[in-house]
Design a protein around this ligand. Structure first.
Ligand code: PEP
Length: 259
């Protein structure tokens, strides 16, 4: 058993206005107890327009969830229409920021080099990056999954210290499993998370590899979370669709109780 505390993160994507956000957080707070979060860290990643509302309710009601963001620019400020800086997110007491989600890479053309700048900018403001990586189905079928994911890890973490990497989070998310209802088998997910950890060991040393938390993401649901989470190299889950409903996200957070 590792002593890495699992992290379950809910990526709301472009869903829920700030009224709906408030309702979801309140419903979640009725279903998740303080005991649950002694065992597991939980982060919520709403759209930017909801963050201030969610921050206010988390702080006013002392709810045991960390606040997260889905994306940021890498500069502190400037002429970047439509963007939000890590400095702005830090002011909202954000703890975790996703970097390099496959939807950002594929739809918005974010490169490994740009994602590396974002990871550094997030760290500069003392927030924790969740660096996302994962292969397409074509790459998997061509036997390229390991090389693709290792390459994303090496490029995304370029220039960081071992200490910085130790405290980070990586989310392994096979693209073919995101939003499709198809989950990687626990064996495949474990195998790829082990590749991520060994890549980190080779590049940043054994302590960084032992400390970094690696999430699996891709159609995580209440009925598959326990098996995925019982794998030795899986330290949490990045959840999309199933985090938009309090009951299903609460049951993922409480995966230990599943049959
Ligand atoms: C995601 O958005 O990162 C994700 C894994 O989505 P889903 O759980 O819906 O597959």
């Amino acid at each position: 058993m590792s002593d890495r505390k699992p992290l379950i993160s809910g990526n709301w994507k472009m869903n829920l206005n700030h009224f709906e956000a408030l309702k979801l957080v309140q419903e979640l707070s009725y279903q998740v107890s303080v005991d649950d979060v002694e065992e597991v860290d939980v982060s919520l990643h709403p759209p930017f327009t909801d963050i201030r509302t969610v921050q206010t309710v988390l702080e006013a009601d002392r709810l045991p969830f960390h606040l997260g963001a889905q994306h940021c620019h890498h500069e502190d400020s400037g002429a970047f229409t439509g963007e939000v800086s890590p400095a702005m997110l830090a002011k909202l007491n954000i703890s975790y920021v996703l970097a390099g989600h496959s939807e950002r890479r594929e739809i918005f053309g974010e490169s490994d080099a740009l994602i590396n700048l974002k990871v550094k900018a997030i760290l500069k403001y003392e927030m924790t990056p969740i660096l996302c990586c994962g292969e397409t189905l074509e790459e998997r079928d061509a036997g390229q999954a390991e090389a693709k994911v290792s390459g994303q890890i090496v490029a995304g973490l370029d220039g960081l210290t071992s200490e910085q990497v130790t405290n980070m989070v990586v989310a392994y998310e096979p693209i073919w499993a995101i939003g499709t209802g198809i989950t990687a088998s626990a064996e495949d997910a474990q195998g790829m998370c082990a590749v991520v950890r060994s890549t980190i060991a080779e590049t940043f040393g054994a302590d960084a590899a032992a400390g970094i938390r690696i999430q699996y993401g891709g159609s995580v649901k209440p009925n598959n979370a326990k098996e995925l989470m019982s794998q030795p190299d899986i330290d949490g889950a990045l959840v999309g669709g199933a985090c938009l409903e309090a009951d299903s996200f609460a049951r993922i957070i409480q995966y230990r109780l599943a049959e």
